[in-house]
Ligand binder design. Structure first.
Ligand code: GLN
Ligand code: ZN
Length: 755
């Protein structure tokens, strides 16, 4: 019999219960006992829900108060010394101190979990690193579920992935993988504790197994599982986000009882997995997309499953492609989505139903669940043909783009001369990245407008007043290039998504980004187009208030794509190109309205890089082309800016250069301009605004500090190449912080000019 299985369920709760409890706990409004009890209630509910959906193999240990990697750090007792942990059980407060920092110790670093928008807490290692079993969390949760009558499959992060994702904080430790010998006994202890509690299987997540590139990593897998394979538990090794590829034979050799493979991301790996992976290993087939919100085409998935079942009669499980923490919780909460669109979607709860339906159909025949399959087929058919998705005008435009649409009319040197004549800016021109403080008043007015307590007219008048005030302040500060302030925007993607055709928004489609922070990505369901100008009114209004040039402010196509749920019925590159055409229309209209500088933000360009290096070039080619398509309609005299919130450009500097933006602003203040080296070495030709002011910190940088940073920039770049600006937008700061900081920044630029 084929079994249905789940790899992990969202822990946040359908009503963001966990967020509320955590934040109340951090504000000391509820006790540790209250928080722990919220966790317990959520877990009980999630186990019961999975059981009621017919899932045979239900995970435990997938719950987390903050992050599953941090949980592993606590379990292994790998608490960095600065948190003062002296051994034994890691307390809740030490756990949160690692995540969020404490009075005496800065938080551990956080970074993106593979190519998702989930962020994990990066383990830190030293050469004298010790590990010891320091938590009973996993066994406790296993027993908790058992008390509820549910025999779960505990899940943990595997040792090779855990070490690979960590960072050495010590010159004496070159590679965290060198700690494998030391970490394995603790993993063995942990598994033994599960055996003692009565567990029979464990799911060990090793996404790095699919990505392993070096012999050292491959040997680490052999060594780790030679040891853990003897622990008396059956191990399901879970890979996801990539196919096993060259590591298929390695996976087959490992002494584990089963492998999970991601057949959504890498459907082509199935034949090789079936023939190479020894038949005594169970295969868990990730057939339901855990990363996106689309309903599964059940007949298509069943055909794949049937092929696997007919192949060699090995044990099979049906599962989501990865943990469901990357999906929103429950579509049933979406009472406002239109029924047709809703019929195309599945959130975590619905995905479990799909897993269970597929399993039943495979075991008992499609007829057994015919009506659910027929519904799924009807939804798939309506998605294929619906006029809401397919817009012939967009298709036509896509077919008819010309090579010349992807490049500016003249080469950079020509544009540069034209822009210098037209804009007449001083040396070291000063500007900001776009947003000004989103004060309580701004947020309250927006909320009141959304609730219907403020009329559109009154809201508009309010926004105009805010914009006016921002322009007045910028003139008083003496900035050279002004911005309107982005007061009308909630979020840099949602604002555009709400005005573009092909986008939809959910009421509670939250997914965890990190800790208690969740995001609600828009859904791109259909061909994208721009029915009306989106920002022209605000930019033109702001320009009408001043003689200084006003910079238009747009979000770029790659970033809009990257921060949305994207359709799966066409390549990402095509969706991105459609968005690029929509942004191009906006750029054209801004120019026509007299805006002479237009910034197109692409903070997510780097984030889109595929997991395998071999795939980078293909991605960068279309991503760069999309930016160029969005930005190339304008005259030589119109200056295109872009902004990226980081400055690690070493490996992509050539691609960043081929964006051919006239000016790029980046985040450099905290790296002391070191990261400009990539631009220097490349002899980057266009203009650059290296951030001289760290906007993440509430402290006001003084003039001397910014002068020193500017001087460092001139060591790497030509003076007439440099702009002066903060690292990023100022929306999270207050005017009391922003005003003196910008005064100092303008003064530093003036000093530099006269030096
Ligand atoms: N223009 C945006 C702002 O200033 C850019 C934000 C970002 O780069 N994330 O807020
Ligand atoms: Zn930024």
């Amino acid at each position: 019999m084929i079994q249905s299985a789940n790899l992990g369920f969202p822990r946040i709760g359908a009503a963001r219960d966990l967020k509320k409890a955590l934040e109340a706990y951090w504000r000391q409004e509820i006790s540790p006992k209250d928080l722990i009890s919220t966790g317990k209630t959520l877990r009980a509910h999630h186990w019961q829900l999975q059981q009621s959906k017919g899932v045979d193999v239900i995970p435990c240990g997938d719950f987390s108060f903050y992050d599953q990697i941090l949980d592993m750090t606590a379990t292994l007792g790998a608490v960095p010394a600065r948190f003062g942990h002296t051994g034994g059980h890691v307390s809740l407060d030490t756990y949160f101190a690692m995540a969020r920092g404490s009075k005496s110790a800065p938080a551990m670093e956080m970074t993106k979990w593979f190519d998702t928008n989930y962020h994990y807490i990066v383990p830190e290692f030293t050469a004298d690193q010790r590990f010891s079993l320091s938590s009973t969390r996993l066994v406790d949760e296993y027993k908790e579920a058992l008390a509820q009558g549910i025999h779960t499959r505990p899940v943990i992060i595997g040792p090779v992935t855990y070490l690979t994702l960590g960072k050495s904080k010590d010159a004496a430790l070159g590679d965290p993988l060198d700690l494998l010998d030391r970490i394995l006994p603790v993993y063995a202890d942990l598994l033994q504790s599960l055996v003692d509690a009565g567990a029979d299987w464990v799911q060990i997540d090793e996404p790095v197994l699919a990505l392993a590139e070096t012999d050292k990593q491959r040997q680490a897998f052999e060594q780790a599982y030679a040891r853990l394979g003897k622990c008396g538990l059956k191990i399901l090794l879970a890979t996801y986000f990539e196919g096993l590829g060259d590591n298929t034979a390695l996976a087959s050799r490992l002494p584990v009882h089963g492998l999970h493979i991601d057949l959504v991301r890498a459907p082509d790996q199935l034949p090789a997995c079936l023939s190479v992976i020894s038949k005594d290993k169970l295969l868990s087939l990730g057939l339901v997309d855990g990363r996106n919100i689309w309903r599964t085409d059940l007949d298509k998935a069943l055909a794949v499953l049937a092929k696997a079942a007919a192949f060699d009669g090995r044990a099979l499980q049906v599962a989501p492609s990865c943990s469901l923490i990357h999906s929103p919780v429950d579509l049933e909460n979406e009472t406002k989505l239109d029924p047709e669109l809703k019929s195309w979607l599945a959130f975590a709860t619905q995905k479990l139903e799909e897993v269970s339906l597929l399993t039943r159909a495979a075991n008992h025949g499609r007829d057994h669940v015919a009506s659910a399959f027929d519904d799924s087929a009807a939804a798939a058919e309506s998605r294929r043909t619906s006029a809401r998705i397919h817009n012939p005008l967009v298709d036509d435009r896509m077919q008819n783009t010309l090579p010349s649409d992807f490049r500016r009319a003249s080469k950079y040197e020509t544009r540069r001369a034209a822009q210098r004549a037209a804009l007449d800016l001083p040396l070291y021109p000063t500007t900001t990245i776009g947003s000004f403080p989103q004060t309580k008043e701004v947020r309250q007015a927006r909320a009141a407008f959304k609730r219907g307590d403020l009329t559109a007219k009154a809201y508009d008048a309010f926004l105009e007043a805010e914009t006016r005030e921002a322009v007045r302040r910028q003139e008083a500060l003496g900035l050279d290039v002004l911005v309107h302030g982005e007061f009308e925007r909630n979020d840099m993607v949602e604002y555009f998504g709400e005005q573009l055709a092909g986008f939809a928004f959910t009421k509670s489609g939250w997914v965890q980004s990190y800790g208690s922070r969740y995001v609600k990505p828009p859904i791109i369901y259909g061909d994208v187009s721009r029915p009306e100008p989106m920002t022209v009114k605000w930019s033109a209004y702001a320009q009408s208030l001043t003689q200084k040039p006003m910079k238009g402010m747009l979000t770029g196509p790659v970033t809009i794509l990257q921060w949305s749920f994207v359709r799966d019925d066409q390549p990402r590159s095509e969706t991105c190109e459609q968005i690029a055409l929509a942004i191009r229309d906006e750029v054209t209209d801004l120019e026509a309205a007299g805006i002479r500088l237009i910034q197109i933000d692409e903070p997510a360009l780097r984030e889109g890089l595929p997991l395998r290096k071999a795939d980078h070039a293909g991605y960068l080619e279309w991503a760069v082309n999309c930016f160029r398509l969005a930005s190339s309609s304008v005259a030589d005299t119109t200056q295109i800016h872009t902004h990226m919130c980081y400055s690690e450009f070493n490996d992509i500097i050539a691609d960043v250069a081929s964006l051919d933006a006239d000016v790029i602003s980046i985040e450099t203040s905290r790296s002391d301009m070191e990261l400009l080296a990539a631009f220097e070495e490349f002899a980057y030709p266009n203009e650059i605004g290296p951030g001289v002011y760290d906007i993440h910190s509430p402290r006001t940088p003084d003039k001397a500090e910014m002068t020193a940073l500017l001087r460092k920039a001139t060591e790497r770049l030509a003076p007439d190449q440099i702009w002066v600006n903060p690292d990023c937008g100022l929306k999270t700061r207050s005017w009391a912080e922003v005003t003196p900081a910008l005064e100092n920044m303008v003064a530093a630029a003036r000093d530099a000019r006269s030096a």
